[in-house]
Design a binder for this molecule. Structure first.
Ligand SMILES: Cc1cc2nc3c(=O)[nH]c(=O)nc-3n(C[C@H](O)[C@H](O)[C@H](O)COP(=O)(O)O)c2cc1C
Length: 186
Protein backbone atom coordinates (compact mmCIF):
# COMPACT_ATOMS: atom_id res chain seq x y z
CA UNK A 1 0.00 0.00 0.00
CA UNK A 2 1.44 3.40 -0.92
CA UNK A 3 1.76 5.92 1.93
CA UNK A 4 -0.98 8.53 2.02
CA UNK A 5 0.07 11.90 0.60
CA UNK A 6 1.12 14.61 3.03
CA UNK A 7 -1.58 16.99 4.16
CA UNK A 8 -1.82 20.30 5.95
CA UNK A 9 -4.28 20.37 8.85
CA UNK A 10 -6.43 23.42 9.50
CA UNK A 11 -7.57 24.03 13.07
CA UNK A 12 -9.72 26.95 14.12
CA UNK A 13 -12.82 29.01 13.75
CA UNK A 14 -15.63 29.45 16.21
CA UNK A 15 -19.01 27.80 16.77
CA UNK A 16 -20.68 30.91 15.36
CA UNK A 17 -22.61 30.51 12.10
CA UNK A 18 -20.71 32.57 9.54
CA UNK A 19 -17.49 32.47 11.54
CA UNK A 20 -14.96 34.77 9.92
CA UNK A 21 -11.99 32.87 11.30
CA UNK A 22 -13.30 29.60 9.87
CA UNK A 23 -13.91 31.31 6.55
CA UNK A 24 -10.37 32.67 6.38
CA UNK A 25 -8.97 29.32 7.55
CA UNK A 26 -10.82 27.46 4.79
CA UNK A 27 -9.70 30.09 2.27
CA UNK A 28 -6.07 29.47 3.28
CA UNK A 29 -6.54 25.71 2.93
CA UNK A 30 -8.09 26.16 -0.52
CA UNK A 31 -4.99 28.06 -1.67
CA UNK A 32 -2.75 25.32 -0.29
CA UNK A 33 -4.78 22.78 -2.27
CA UNK A 34 -4.38 24.98 -5.35
CA UNK A 35 -0.64 24.49 -4.88
CA UNK A 36 -1.11 20.72 -5.01
CA UNK A 37 -1.02 19.84 -1.31
CA UNK A 38 -3.93 18.02 0.35
CA UNK A 39 -5.62 19.50 3.41
CA UNK A 40 -7.83 18.44 6.28
CA UNK A 41 -9.80 20.70 8.56
CA UNK A 42 -11.17 20.52 12.09
CA UNK A 43 -13.11 23.71 12.59
CA UNK A 44 -15.92 25.37 14.48
CA UNK A 45 -18.28 22.97 16.29
CA UNK A 46 -15.91 20.05 15.60
CA UNK A 47 -13.52 21.70 18.05
CA UNK A 48 -15.97 21.41 20.92
CA UNK A 49 -13.94 18.87 22.86
CA UNK A 50 -13.72 18.04 26.56
CA UNK A 51 -11.32 20.30 28.42
CA UNK A 52 -7.85 18.82 28.01
CA UNK A 53 -6.94 16.78 31.07
CA UNK A 54 -3.24 16.08 31.44
CA UNK A 55 -2.59 12.45 32.22
CA UNK A 56 -6.14 11.25 31.59
CA UNK A 57 -6.21 7.65 30.39
CA UNK A 58 -9.00 8.13 27.88
CA UNK A 59 -9.72 10.68 25.21
CA UNK A 60 -13.04 11.28 23.49
CA UNK A 61 -13.29 9.92 19.96
CA UNK A 62 -13.15 13.43 18.51
CA UNK A 63 -10.13 14.38 20.61
CA UNK A 64 -8.29 11.20 19.68
CA UNK A 65 -9.05 11.90 16.01
CA UNK A 66 -7.66 15.43 16.34
CA UNK A 67 -4.48 14.15 17.98
CA UNK A 68 -4.02 11.58 15.19
CA UNK A 69 -4.58 14.25 12.55
CA UNK A 70 -2.00 16.52 14.20
CA UNK A 71 0.48 13.65 14.50
CA UNK A 72 0.21 12.66 10.82
CA UNK A 73 0.03 16.18 9.41
CA UNK A 74 2.85 17.75 7.46
CA UNK A 75 1.95 21.21 8.76
CA UNK A 76 -0.81 23.09 10.50
CA UNK A 77 -2.72 26.30 9.87
CA UNK A 78 -4.34 27.73 12.99
CA UNK A 79 -7.03 30.42 12.89
CA UNK A 80 -8.31 31.96 16.09
CA UNK A 81 -10.62 34.82 16.88
CA UNK A 82 -9.32 37.42 19.30
CA UNK A 83 -11.23 36.85 22.51
CA UNK A 84 -10.43 39.40 25.22
CA UNK A 85 -7.16 40.19 23.57
CA UNK A 86 -5.88 36.67 22.95
CA UNK A 87 -6.72 33.32 21.40
CA UNK A 88 -10.08 31.71 22.19
CA UNK A 89 -10.46 28.95 24.75
CA UNK A 90 -11.90 26.71 22.03
CA UNK A 91 -8.76 26.95 19.92
CA UNK A 92 -6.36 26.81 22.87
CA UNK A 93 -8.06 23.72 24.27
CA UNK A 94 -7.69 21.99 20.90
CA UNK A 95 -4.01 22.94 20.80
CA UNK A 96 -3.54 21.65 24.36
CA UNK A 97 -4.23 18.18 22.96
CA UNK A 98 -0.88 18.43 21.16
CA UNK A 99 0.54 17.54 24.58
CA UNK A 100 -0.47 13.97 23.74
CA UNK A 101 2.28 14.08 21.10
CA UNK A 102 4.96 14.88 23.70
CA UNK A 103 6.27 11.32 23.82
CA UNK A 104 6.35 10.80 20.07
CA UNK A 105 9.68 10.24 18.31
CA UNK A 106 8.99 13.61 16.69
CA UNK A 107 7.30 15.47 19.56
CA UNK A 108 4.50 18.00 19.17
CA UNK A 109 4.73 19.72 15.77
CA UNK A 110 8.51 19.36 15.47
CA UNK A 111 9.81 20.94 12.30
CA UNK A 112 6.37 21.47 10.77
CA UNK A 113 5.30 24.75 9.21
CA UNK A 114 2.59 26.52 11.17
CA UNK A 115 0.50 29.22 9.53
CA UNK A 116 -1.17 31.59 12.00
CA UNK A 117 -4.31 33.65 11.39
CA UNK A 118 -5.97 35.97 13.90
CA UNK A 119 -9.39 37.55 13.34
CA UNK A 120 -10.79 40.21 15.64
CA UNK A 121 -13.37 42.95 15.59
CA UNK A 122 -10.95 45.82 15.21
CA UNK A 123 -7.17 45.83 14.96
CA UNK A 124 -6.05 45.88 18.59
CA UNK A 125 -6.65 42.21 19.42
CA UNK A 126 -5.40 40.94 16.06
CA UNK A 127 -1.77 41.73 16.99
CA UNK A 128 -1.81 40.17 20.46
CA UNK A 129 -3.75 37.13 19.23
CA UNK A 130 -1.39 36.60 16.32
CA UNK A 131 1.64 36.96 18.59
CA UNK A 132 0.16 34.35 20.95
CA UNK A 133 -0.50 31.92 18.11
CA UNK A 134 3.11 32.28 16.98
CA UNK A 135 4.32 31.73 20.56
CA UNK A 136 2.24 28.55 20.80
CA UNK A 137 3.64 27.35 17.47
CA UNK A 138 7.19 27.89 18.78
CA UNK A 139 6.34 26.09 22.04
CA UNK A 140 5.13 23.14 19.99
CA UNK A 141 8.47 23.17 18.14
CA UNK A 142 6.79 24.21 14.91
CA UNK A 143 8.02 26.80 12.44
CA UNK A 144 5.64 29.73 12.16
CA UNK A 145 5.65 30.92 8.59
CA UNK A 146 7.36 34.29 8.17
CA UNK A 147 3.98 35.83 7.37
CA UNK A 148 1.22 35.64 9.93
CA UNK A 149 -2.17 37.07 9.02
CA UNK A 150 -4.20 39.59 10.99
CA UNK A 151 -7.77 40.05 9.82
CA UNK A 152 -10.03 42.83 10.97
CA UNK A 153 -13.37 41.01 10.88
CA UNK A 154 -15.13 44.34 10.32
CA UNK A 155 -13.82 44.11 6.77
CA UNK A 156 -15.65 40.81 6.33
CA UNK A 157 -18.76 41.77 8.24
CA UNK A 158 -20.96 42.99 5.42
CA UNK A 159 -23.14 40.21 4.08
CA UNK A 160 -22.22 36.65 3.24
CA UNK A 161 -18.55 35.91 2.72
CA UNK A 162 -18.19 35.85 -1.02
CA UNK A 163 -14.96 37.72 -1.47
CA UNK A 164 -11.95 38.73 0.57
CA UNK A 165 -10.42 42.20 0.73
CA UNK A 166 -7.49 42.32 -1.72
CA UNK A 167 -4.84 42.62 1.01
CA UNK A 168 -6.11 39.50 2.81
CA UNK A 169 -6.40 37.70 -0.51
CA UNK A 170 -2.77 38.50 -1.29
CA UNK A 171 -1.63 37.57 2.24
CA UNK A 172 -3.33 34.18 2.05
CA UNK A 173 -1.54 33.41 -1.19
CA UNK A 174 1.78 34.24 0.46
CA UNK A 175 0.97 32.17 3.54
CA UNK A 176 -0.02 29.18 1.38
CA UNK A 177 3.20 29.51 -0.59
CA UNK A 178 5.30 29.64 2.57
CA UNK A 179 3.56 26.56 4.00
CA UNK A 180 4.20 24.56 0.84
CA UNK A 181 7.76 25.88 0.44
CA UNK A 182 8.64 24.62 3.90
CA UNK A 183 7.19 21.18 3.06
CA UNK A 184 9.40 21.00 0.00
CA UNK A 185 12.47 21.95 2.06
CA UNK A 186 11.82 19.18 4.65
C1 LIG B 1 -16.02 36.33 24.10
C2 LIG B 1 -15.57 37.30 23.03
C3 LIG B 1 -14.51 38.13 23.27
C4 LIG B 1 -14.07 39.02 22.30
N1 LIG B 1 -13.01 39.83 22.56
C5 LIG B 1 -12.56 40.66 21.59
C6 LIG B 1 -11.45 41.51 21.83
O1 LIG B 1 -10.86 41.52 22.90
N2 LIG B 1 -11.06 42.34 20.83
C7 LIG B 1 -11.68 42.34 19.60
O2 LIG B 1 -11.27 43.08 18.71
N3 LIG B 1 -12.72 41.55 19.35
C8 LIG B 1 -13.17 40.71 20.32
N4 LIG B 1 -14.24 39.90 20.06
C9 LIG B 1 -14.79 39.89 18.71
C10 LIG B 1 -14.23 38.73 17.90
O3 LIG B 1 -12.81 38.69 17.91
C11 LIG B 1 -14.63 38.88 16.45
O4 LIG B 1 -16.02 39.04 16.35
C12 LIG B 1 -14.20 37.69 15.64
O5 LIG B 1 -14.41 37.97 14.28
C13 LIG B 1 -14.98 36.45 16.01
O6 LIG B 1 -14.56 35.36 15.19
P1 LIG B 1 -15.61 34.61 14.28
O7 LIG B 1 -16.12 35.60 13.26
O8 LIG B 1 -14.80 33.51 13.66
O9 LIG B 1 -16.72 34.09 15.15
C14 LIG B 1 -14.70 39.05 21.04
C15 LIG B 1 -15.80 38.21 20.81
C16 LIG B 1 -16.24 37.35 21.79
C17 LIG B 1 -17.41 36.42 21.50
Amino acid sequence: MSPSPPYILGIGGTTRVGSSSEFVLRSALARIEDLGVATRCVAGPDLVLPIYEAGAADRSQAAAALVALMRDSAGVVIASPGYHGTISGLVKNALDYAEDLAGDPSPYLSGKPVGCIACAYGWQATGSTLATLRTVAHALRGWPTPLGIAVNSLALASGPHSSLPPEIDASLNILAGQMVERLVLC
